[in-house]
Ligand binder design. Structure first.
Ligand code: GLN
Length: 385
């Protein structure tokens, strides 16, 4: 039930002046960001710790958020990365055998603001109509809000377009990754030794992607986003992986695209996910554009144009590859059945491919795991050739 405070303790102010008052939880303070909505019914901890949400406040359309608490295993990175969260019901005390902490305390310790008691249906309609708005989210137990100032801050925020956030969330140094998935995808072979040497570029990588790569047969070395092509090639990779990440692909692409092009010149198998997909497309000569309100959820149907199969996927992106700009030699392989937007590409003459969605997040639940195996098969074929 909503907390029985006599006054609102948090407010969400949209740049157009609309104000939503609610109950604050987590950290006290203010944040300015883009507002998006996520339609997943589970996985709030993974969502809040997905580095791709840097610079965004997430509205959860599912009303009950926080009731299973948080645990040490489900983080996709060390800290919450999303700027804040908006929910309908205030989080209850956690009730789950895995819970190690309450969502509100976990958020407070990590400096992230939550607001409960919000009409998330109305808010989601506003996001769909206006496009993802810029917002200021404030939490003050005293309930003292200077709305004019908050609106001004939301208006003054420059937004995600043109913003490179990968540099803020990437790892500081390279490291090896060998942890595998905790559950084995049904019907898929266990990895065989020796593994293929894979260099994964971390633009804000989710841990479960690295687990899936390791499980499928990759010996993974993770390099920071600023790694040069020379740094990558010095490790003599059998394959290169480009991770997901926050911000505008065109901005991160300013340094990543020239690096990716040099890798492409070496004809090494390459696989990209989400931001990695967008930057591969840029490196191949296509364009990316900002979407109206993006795709964020765990129920997005995607059609594989080559097999006709439909996968249920997890998505989190606010930019998209404009398939009209794909050059010759690059094929569109997957499309969203919600709006027809591009969800995958591959080079027609080389083992270079990528997807916009998140094959590691498994809402299907294993529909998209084949992509990790496809990458491993490409590396194995290359060695045999
Ligand atoms: N999950 C991701 O990698 C997101 C990619 C990019 N930041 C976007 O919003 O489109």
């Amino acid at each position: 039930m909503p907390a029985a405070t006599p006054h609102p303790t948090a407010c969400l102010t949209l740049a157009d002046g609309t104000v939503f008052y609610g109950h604050g939880f987590g950290a006290v303070g203010e944040t300015v960001a883009e507002l998006c909505f996520n339609t997943a019914m589970t996985g709030y901890q993974e969502i809040m710790t997905d580095p791709s949400y840097a610079g965004q406040v997430v509205t959860f359309t599912f009303p009950h958020v926080g009731n299973v608490g948080v645990n040490p295993d489900d983080d996709e990175t060390a800290d919450p990365v999303a700027a804040g969260m908006v929910v309908k019901w205030d989080p209850t005390e956690p009730s789950n055998w895995r819970a190690a902490d309450a969502l509100k305390d976990w958020l407070a310790r990590r400096g992230r603001i939550g607001i409960g008691g919000i009409d998330t249906r109305r808010l989601t309609r506003a996001i769909r109509q206006q496009g993802a708005p810029h917002v200021a989210l404030a939490h003050d137990p005293e309930g003292k809000f200077d709305i004019e100032k908050l609106v001004a801050k939301a208006r003054a925020w420059s937004g995600l377009v043109g913003l490179d956030l990968a540099k803020d969330v990437t790892c500081a140094q390279s490291y090896r990754w060998d942890e595998m998935r905790w559950s084995w995808p049904e019907g898929h072979a266990k990895r065989t030794e020796p593994g293929h040497r894979v260099v994964a570029i971390d633009y804000g990588a989710k841990r479960n992607i690295l687990r899936c790569l390791a499980s499928a047969g990759c010996d993974v070395t993770v390099l920071p986003a600023s790694a040069s092509a020379e740094d990558v090639l010095a490790l003599e990779p059998d394959g290169v992986f480009l991770s997901n990440g926050p911000g505008d692909p065109a901005a991160t692409g300013e340094y990543a695209v020239p690096m990716i092009r040099k890798i492409l010149d070496k004809d090494v198998p390459l696989f990209g996910i989400c931001l990695g997909h967008q930057m591969l497309a840029l490196a191949l000569g296509a364009k990316t554009v900002k979407m109206n309100h993006g795709h964020h959820g765990a129920n997005h149907p995607v059609k594989d144009l080559e097999t006709g199969k439909v996968e249920i996927t997890s998505m989190n992106h606010g930019f998209t590859v404009d398939s009209q700009t794909l050059p010759e030699g690059v094929k569109e392989t997957h499309v969203s059945l919600f709006d027809g937007s591009n969800c995958g590409i591959r080079m027609t003459d080389r083992p270079v491919f990528s997807v916009q969605y998140h094959p590691e997040a498994s809402p299907g639940p294993q529909d998209s795991y084949y992509l990790f195996e496809r990458f491993v098969t490409a590396m194995a074929d290359r060695k045999q050739a």
